[in-house]
Design a protein around this ligand. Structure first.
Ligand SMILES: CC/C=C\C/C=C\C/C=C\CCC/C=C/C(=O)SCCNC(=O)CCNC(=O)[C@H](O)C(C)(C)COP(=O)(O)OP(=O)(O)OC[C@H]1O[C@@H](n2cnc3c(N)ncnc32)[C@H](O)[C@@H]1OP(=O)(O)O
Length: 303
């Protein structure tokens, strides 16, 4: 079901002008630096770099939307399409998601997509966010997040929808759902994903407080599976991948589906209502004011 809706979304995206706007170049293939054969060819789009390794069946997908990988509409669209491309290619069994931007894995929702925008734009944006979550949460591929930077809010959503998370041991790289501190509320499907990962009580506390966990605490609460020195994030993600790929695909995929389907179905059943909730909530004057103030604060705070 999610696959069908993903295909529909991708087709829609390709037909819609915004998918082609601002320099999006989907499906470009080019040799990796220093690379030679098929396994070293990389492809992707302007904001998502894919480095496939056909021999191992693993692709590294890098978010590159500088300066902070904010989830713009274009980035969301390109992530969905790149993932779909890998899912449709039977060569690939696993994807490592990481950042191409220094110090930041992903800054979450691109606040400029919901500040001062009209309701139709906010609705389109939120549908793209839902689609990325559904697509990653239910992916038949093994997804490992190699978290090499700060990972707040929407960044944490992406990491949580992976099967496994490896975080670089740097106190500046905090991870969590800090929505309440912005005066906004995590949607129910994100809350469910949090609860599925760290349990009810820990989620209740962390969500209300808007906690952003430094690495040791993130490990302790179960938000990430490994914390390693920064220069070992990629190699550890590859070792984790090998562990997950040692399991026969069909058994692992059916088990993943059994564990996650109910959570995804809950959103699929009320996707339109969730979109309407989001739009009416973020378009309120009071919410717009607090988002605007938060953006201003970010712009003034340097370093
Ligand atoms: C009743 C209720 C009913 C219904 C509810 C329905 C729906 C719920 C509603 C909403 C749910 C939303 C769920 C998800 C939410 C989110 O993701 S919100 C976004 C949260 N993100 C953050 O809080 C992170 C903010 N950013 C940072 O903390 C830092 O930037 C960083 C730690 C990521 C990186 O720090 P630095 O490297 O120091 O970089 P700078 O801070 O200097 O930033 C550089 C540049 O980037 C701009 N920027 C940063 N983050 C964002 C962003 N998220 N969106 C847009 N722009 C961002 C920042 O302003 C700087 O810009 P310039 O000054 O260079 O112009």
């Amino acid at each position: 079901m999610a696959l069908a809706s993903g295909v529909r979304f991708a087709a829609r995206a390709l037909l819609r002008p915004w998918a082609l706007l601002r320099g999006t170049t989907l499906g470009r293939t080019e040799p990796a630096a220093g690379g030679g054969g098929d396994g070293a060819r990389r492809f992707g789009s302007q904001r998502v770099l894919v480095e496939p390794d056909a021999a191992s069946g693993v692709a590294v997908m890098k978010l590159r939307n500088p300066p902070v990988n904010a989830l713009s509409l274009e980035l969301l669209t390109e992530l969905v399409i790149s993932l779909e491309k890998l899912e449709n290619d039977k060569t690939f069994r696993g994807v490592i998601l990481t950042s191409d931007c220094p110090r930041v894995f992903c800054a979450g929702l691109d606040l400029t997509e919901i500040c001062g925008r009209n309701p139709a734009h906010c609705a389109e944006y939120w549908k793209a966010m839902q689609e990325l979550w559904l697509r990653t949460y239910l992916s038949s591929l093994v997804l490992v997040a190699a978290i090499n930077g700060a990972c707040p809010a929407g960044g944490c959503i992406i990491a949580l929808s992976c099967d496994c998370r490896v975080l670089a041991d740097n106190p500046k790289y905090r991870i969590g759902l800090n929505e309440t501190l912005l005066g906004i509320i995590a949607p129910f499907w994100l809350k469910d994903t949090y609860v599925n990962t760290i349990g009810h009580r820990a989620s209740e506390q962390a969500l209300q407080l808007g906690s952003l966990f430094p690495p040791a605490e993130a490990l302790q609460v179960g938000l990430v599976d490994q914390v390693v020195p920064e220069d070992q994030v990629q190699s550890t993600a590859l070792s984790e991948m090998a562990r997950w790929l040692a399991v026969p695909d069909h058994a692992r995929q059916l088990t993943k589906n059994m564990m996650r389907k109910a959570t995804a179905d809950r959103l699929l059943r009320q996707r339109d209502a969730d979109t309407q909730n989001f739009v009416s909530f973020v378009c309120r004057d009071s919410i717009q004011k607090s988002l605007q103030a938060y953006l201003e604060k970010l712009r003034q705070r340097k370093g």
